[in-house]
Design a protein around this ligand. Structure first.
Ligand SMILES: Nc1nc2c(c(=O)[nH]1)N[C@H]1C(S)=C(S)[C@@H](COP(=O)(O)O)O[C@H]1N2
Ligand SMILES: [Mo]
Length: 532
């Protein structure tokens, strides 16, 4: 700023500097708010931090179509994208509040407080909210941010050049820089410390998982036939390794549950002997081991949200019988089993399906390991033949017997069907779309699934030609997917390969394309290739 400036209007450069410093103050205030909030959240509950809370609340309220799109477009990264999006929006708002505070210092600071209220409300609205303390991180963070904004903007030169407290009409640049730097450092420190402490929260859970030795199952899975795996490059592996297994859930922070403190309560309509089981109670029971292919209702035709694993656990029907539960067909009063997780998810399955003789399980092991945290440690549910959202509750802690008339579970409240058996589907794994194989014999291969019915036939069609029967790999069980291959005599040019499966009830996979909402996608998977 020139020393002898006399005009009432400041030169543009100075005005821009002032705007920039205002915006910077807003950004620092936002950073301080988040830093303090994260540190508080570490003390309260990691899930109560504003970004996670707002993200979770956003997931709860996102229209089904948008959520489905997010799962499709970002896959397992959907949560990262969401959190980055929230941070981007918060950054813009912080910049704007900083500029606003230049003119109206109190209003700008009050604006920061409003965001504290939004964050607190989001935290309290989560289904897993632990009540009033969940509001603390956002509240304390917002107060810190508001105070800092008020203070920093007070250090800036006033509009029109009249400086505050400073001498000679010059604003106190040095003190602003010191305050700003200190605030930035303190916020970053608080944030990092908060996240670190929050992460340490799971120490007991990790230790409890490391301590588990899975007992030998009383009823082992039958050996997988040697020829269940098609030996064609590019075909899915018959068992999906845990690290590659798809993950779909609403949890922005993976719940870390201590198995030694875990309990499962079984109660509700028709339960004559209510029970609460510990993890050791489960391990002491006779365990079954089964191969089951899990599928997500959000899986599009040809999509990746299907995986096959060897699971160890307890037969759920046996436990329910011990509690006095009878299926509706035997006069039971409850037709819906609602599983509740530690993160407040509710998943409703038909009692009839769970008790009809199929291997519905409370799972403790996946592919020879205790359940990974991402897949529901210490215990999750699984019902062969039903999509995950109506059967596969992870981090389960409560089972309530009720009726479909009385209760709608989480996804059902969001437009998905009450009951959703997995649809018969098939997928071409190789060749990949737009591949350029050479002319001659090209191996076409993939997977087909119709859990709990079994796959009896797979056919492949080239362009508009006749359906040709593919070679089916050996079946493991009717609850698992089945691999297939087809030796295609490929002629030069562009071709469309299409696949369809027939399940053991004789039903041919329908050509009719439907969306994933409300009860799973249908239609045939096609791949376009160019033969050179
Ligand atoms: N607690 C909890 N359990 C859950 C979900 C969830 O969001 N929260 N998602 C369900 C859905 S939609 C599917 S498809 C399966 C996916 O299980 P996976 O992540 O182990 O593959 O978990 C189910 N169990
Ligand atoms: Mo799902």
């Amino acid at each position: 700023m020139s020393d002898d400036e006399k005009t009432p209007r400041k030169p543009p450069a100075a005005r821009w500097t002032r705007l920039g410093l205002g915006a910077l103050s807003g950004l620092l205030a936002g950073g301080a708010a988040l830093g303090v909030a994260e540190l508080t959240a570490a003390a309260v509950r990691p899930q109560a931090g504003p970004v996670v809370a707002v993200g979770g609340a956003a997931i709860d309220r996102t229209p089904t179509a948008v959520k489905d799109w997010a799962i499709r477009s970002f896959g397992t990264n959907d949560k990262l994208v969401l959190q980055l999006g929230i941070l981007a929006v918060l950054t813009l708002i912080a910049l704007a509040l900083g500029v606003l505070a230049l003119r109206h210092r109190r209003t700008g600071a009050a604006g920061v407080l409003v965001f504290g209220v939004v964050g607190a409300a989001a935290a309290l609205s989560r289904p897993d909210s632990a009540g009033a303390p969940d509001a603390l991180p956002s509240a304390l963070g917002a107060v810190a941010g508001a105070v800092l904004l008020y203070f920093l903007v007070g250090r800036l030169p006033a509009r029109g050049g009249d400086a505050p407290a400073g001498q000679d009409g010059a604003w106190d640049r040095r003190r602003f820089v010191i305050a700003a730097t200190a605030a930035a450092a303190a916020s970053a420190g608080a944030g990092v410390l908060g996240r670190a402490l929050g992460g340490a929260d799971g120490r007991e859970a990790v230790a409890s998982r490391n301590d588990i030795t899975l007992p030998k199952p009383a009823s082992p899975a039958p050996a997988v036939p040697r020829r269940a795996q098609v030996r064609v490059d590019g075909t899915s592996s018959f068992f999906t390794p845990n690290s590659d297994f798809y993950r779909v859930d609403t949890a922005l922070v993976v719940p870390k549950v201590d198995a030694t403190a875990w309990e499962l309560r079984i109660h509700g309509k028709g339960v004559t002997r209510e029970r609460t089981l510990t993890f050791d109670d489960l391990l002491r029971r006779e365990l079954i081991e089964r191969d089951i292919t899990l599928t997500c209702v959000s899986n599009e035709v040809g999509g990746p949200y299907v995986g096959n694993a060897r699971w160890i656990g307890v037969r759920l029907a046996d436990l329910l019988e011990e509690c006095g539960v009878r299926p509706p067909s035997a006069g039971g009063r409850a037709d819906q089993l609602v599983a509740r997780s530690t993160d407040g998810m509710t998943i409703g399955s038909p009692v009839e399906d769970v008790m009809d003789g199929r291997d519905a399980m409370l799972v403790v092991g996946m592919n020879g390991q205790p359940l990974p945290f991402e897949h529901g440690f210490p215990v999750r549910m699984l019902v062969p033949g039903l999509y995950g959202y109506v059967s596969a509750c992870k981090w389960i802690e409560d089972i309530e017997l009720t009726t479909f008339d009385d209760y709608d579970s989480y996804w059902v409240k969001r437009d998905w069907a009450r009951e959703a058996p997995i649809k018969t589907q098939s997928r071409i794994d190789t060749p990949k779309p737009f591949a350029r194989p050479g002319a001659g014999t090209v191996m076409v291969a993939g997977v087909a699934w119709a859990q709990h019915r079994g796959v009896d036939k797979v056919e492949v069609r080239v362009d508009d030609g006749p359906w040709e029967e593919a070679t089916l790999a050996a079946e493991d069980s009717r609850d698992t997917w089945r691999q297939w291959s087809y030796a295609w005599k490929a002629a030069k040019g562009g071709h469309t390969l299409t696949v369809r499966a027939t399940d053991r009830t004789g039903e041919v996979q329908t050509e009719k394309r439907t969306k994933t909402v409300p009860d799973g996608a249908s239609g045939w998977h096609s791949v376009v290739v160019t033969v050179d």
